[in-house]
Design a protein around this ligand. Structure first.
Ligand code: SF4
Length: 376
């Protein structure tokens, strides 16, 4: 795979000339068609390039063998393909997940994960930012602070690296790695559309999940796009008082704004929303919180994903006992909500977002220090 010249940190989508070369990875079919046309070729050559990039995953124009040689030479002279470089691979002992640390063109590193399910499904979890500015209290990435947004090619490139390394067909993608995806809206949406390309990964929109801590304007914008994307909202607390301490973004977008935005998304897309709820022992896992959660979400077309925390060094949180997890799940289920208890895949391989990067010596302490949370 190619590692290469510097990238434009904040770019979110168009053809970017760098040292005179257009970065091909991240361009959509229409842009590739226009590029082909600008180089004196018919537009359909753009579709051929897209197939090579996203279907075959080639990292060199020279490998696009159904393009005329003269066109390949012109394209090669005016473009580049910059894959993330694979730096580290870690397998879970039970084979359920593989975590990748990849390096971007400017030397920044992000993580992505391949998850293998017993029914044969293969999912990729991709990062959308280097670090994260959201500062969630229990999160390794939050401890590292925020560096920059990823471009669409850098996001998609993680899926290409996983596919090439593991030799699997990726059937689902979750944007749940490092970063807040909706804070990098344009690049993430572009990556999602590229992943859906039939000549590329061919992953239907319903099999793409975007997670968010609850950025209300972006949720409403996404609803207006009327895509069939799955939205996963990291809720983690049923009251503002508690959520303010666990998810600082709640100060900006409290539950009174977030929940109506979620209802609007479900109504506009007819899609069931997933609410993620990390269970923290003695913090948000009591029967009172389970009942408050059920009351908060009453009447919503949604699904609850309960995740006993994957403890992170440097944070004060502990995983609840199995009995507490099951009692919480039973209470919410009894209120009529579908509930899944998700055991984090790859706990042994430091699979909570940001942990491999921290272990690798990258990242820095966050300016936001988690305050102790009172036991209810
Ligand atoms: S949980 Fe997600 S949004 Fe929160 S700090 Fe971690 S990466 Fe950012």
């Amino acid at each position: 795979m190619i590692g290469g010249a510097g990238s434009d940190p904040g770019r979110t989508g168009t053809a970017v000339a760098c040292r005179g070369a257009v970065e091909l990875l991240g361009l959509g079919v229409t842009e590739l068609e226009a590029l082909a046309e600008s180089l004196g070729e018919p537009r359909y050559r753009g579709r051929q390039i897209a197939r090579w990039l996203y279907g075959h995953g080639v990292d060199a124009v020279g490998a696009m063998t159904d393009l005329p040689r003269a066109f390949r030479e012109r394209l090669q002279a005016s473009s580049r393909i910059t894959y993330p470089r694979l730096r580290r691979v870690q397998d879970a002992p039970d084979g359920s997940a593989t975590k990748y640390l990849v390096e971007l063109a400017d030397g920044q590193r992000v993580e992505c994960v391949l998850m293998r399910f017993d029914d044969g499904r293969r999912s990729a979890c991709l990062s959308s930012q280097v670090g994260c500015a959201m500062g969630c209290a229990f999160c390794a990435t939050g401890l590292s602070g925020f560096s920059r947004n990823l471009g669409p090619g850098e996001i998609l490139g993680q899926a290409l690296v996983i596919r090439a390394h593991a030799g699997v067909r990726i059937g689902n993608v979750v944007f749940m790695g490092m970063g807040e995806p909706l804070a990098n809206y344009d690049a993430v949406l572009r990556a999602a559309r590229l992943l859906a390309l039939p000549s590329g990964f061919g992953i239907g929109m319903r099999r793409l999940t975007i997670s968010t801590v609850g950025l209300v304007p972006q949720i409403r914008r996404l609803a207006a796009e009327r895509l069939q994307l799955t939205l996963a909202v990291s809720l983690h607390a049923p009251t503002d008082a508690l959520r303010d301490r666990l998810v600082p973004a709640n100060h900006r977008y409290p539950l009174a704004e977030l929940i109506p935005a979620c209802r609007a998304y479900a109504a506009a897309t007819n899609r069931r929303i997933t609410f993620e709820y990390v269970l923290l022992a003695g913090v948000n896992d009591s029967p009172a919180e389970a009942r408050a959660l059920a009351a908060l979400l009453r009447g919503m077309h949604c699904h609850l994903n309960l995740i006993p925390v994957n403890p992170v060094a440097g944070t004060p949180f502990r995983r609840p006992e199995v009995s507490a997890v099951m009692a919480f799940a039973a209470l919410v289920r009894r209120a009529g909500f579908p509930v899944t208890v998700r055991i984090e895949r790859g706990t042994e391989i430091q699979a909570a977002c940001g942990q491999l990067r921290l272990a690798d010596g990258q990242g820095r302490p966050s300016r936001w220090t988690p305050s102790p949370v009172a036991t209810p």
